[in-house]
Design a protein around this ligand. Structure first.
Ligand SMILES: *Cc1c(COP(=O)(O)O)cnc(C)c1O
Length: 334
């Protein structure tokens, strides 16, 4: 069976690095959306809790239910807004406010330049009035940066916009509101963090997606992906292997099938540019639904131990490599 191992020590190392930036563990909200970026929702929630993390961020109420026991607050990024003791809900548009259940805890997302979700800057006053009128409990105000991972001044432009938002919210008499804007890239770039919360995802899982290290920041990959041998055969020179016989043996070789494929969320990609595993084994021919062929007889092989490195081979990013992996693959903590 293909399987994933989760390195507890590396995860805690990364959280510790982030805590050094924020100045306190209490300021870290761990982003656990999409099955904790493919690492396993419940496992990562438990390990976060072990480290002392009190706040989590998930995609929807369904994810929140799985991790409820581990946290003091959970922010839901996009779901119907209902009253809940633990969970707060993101307001992504003015229309969310009027549909929200009275008494619900909400966090207002303000669009300071990314133009994906959130109310416009000139809708802020209206939003605050509507929130009061609807009887909602505003516990947070947030924004998201469009280019925290791109060098340049855009990040600072958005931060300035957010300062204006903060002032307006305070002027309108909302005092017990937590302000947050930083994702991983922003906190890695930040020198003097002064907000209540950082929303950290990818960095906690071990990846610095900045184009070059801003600081001397050491993060360690948390996930390792393994596959297990299903069968082995001797292949003669010039025999063609797999679907469409894409791979031609240039010599006699011993080949095994391993149980990983696009059925598990491993990318099929282009068989003319084969992925090379951590142990230096190129995938032979096409990835078929649930299997790959490797020139190996080992019972278990390591397919990936660093998603950022693996992503380079496919022209994608670490986020996609880990998040794509099926939740059906067993995950264990080591
Ligand atoms: C996913 C997400 C994050 C985390 O981003 P990373 O780059 O993984 O740290 C933070 N904030 C919001 C609103 C998000 O959707």
């Amino acid at each position: 069976m293909a399987f994933i191992t989760i390195n507890r020590q590396n995860f805690h190392h990364n959280l510790n690095q982030i805590a050094l930036k924020t100045g306190s563990v209490d300021k870290i909200a761990i982003v656990l959306k999409d099955n904790a970026y493919g690492h396993g929702l419940k496992i990562m929630a438990g390990l976060s809790n072990e480290f002392g993390i009190k706040h989590a961020i998930v995609k929807n109420l369904k994810e929140a239910e799985v991790v409820r026991e581990f946290f003091e607050t959970i922010l839901i990024l996009s779901d119907e807004i209902v009253k809940d003791d633990l969970c707060s809900f993101t307001i992504n548009a003015l229309s969310d406010i009027v549909k929200a259940e009275k008494g619900a805890k909400v966090e207002l997302k303000v669009d300071t330049g990314m133009h994906r979700n959130g109310i416009a800057l000139d809708e802020l006053e209206e939003a605050l009035i509507l929130i009061e009128r609807q009887g909602l409990n505003l516990v947070g105000v947030m924004t998201h940066f469009r280019s925290a991972d791109v060098m340049g001044s855009e990040l600072f432009w958005q931060q300035k916009q957010f300062e204006t938002v903060k002032n307006k919210v305070r002027q309108n008499g909302f005092i017990n509101v937590r302000f947050h804007s930083h994702n991983s890239a922003a906190i890695l770039r930040s020198r003097n963090f002064d907000e209540e919360l950082v929303r950290v995802g990818i960095a906690a899982y071990g990846y610095n997606e900045l184009p070059y290290p801003f600081d001397d920041f050491s993060l360690k990959a948390v996930m390792m992906l393994h596959a297990s041998k299903v069968s082995t055969r001797e292949v003669k020179k010039s025999q063609r292997l797999g679907y469409a016989g894409d791979f031609t043996a240039l010599k006699n070789m011993t080949v095994s099938a391993y149980d990983l494929g696009y059925g598990d969320g491993w990318t099929r990609a282009d068989s003319s540019k084969p992925y090379v595993t951590v142990e230096g084994l190129p995938i032979l021919g096409r990835v078929s639904m649930d299997f790959i062929l490797l020139e190996s007889q080992k019972d278990e092989v390591i397919i990936m131990n660093n998603a950022k490195e693996a992503a380079k081979q496919f022209g994608t990013i670490s986020y996609e490599m880990t998040t794509s992996l099926s939740s059906e693959i067993p995950r264990t903590v080591i």
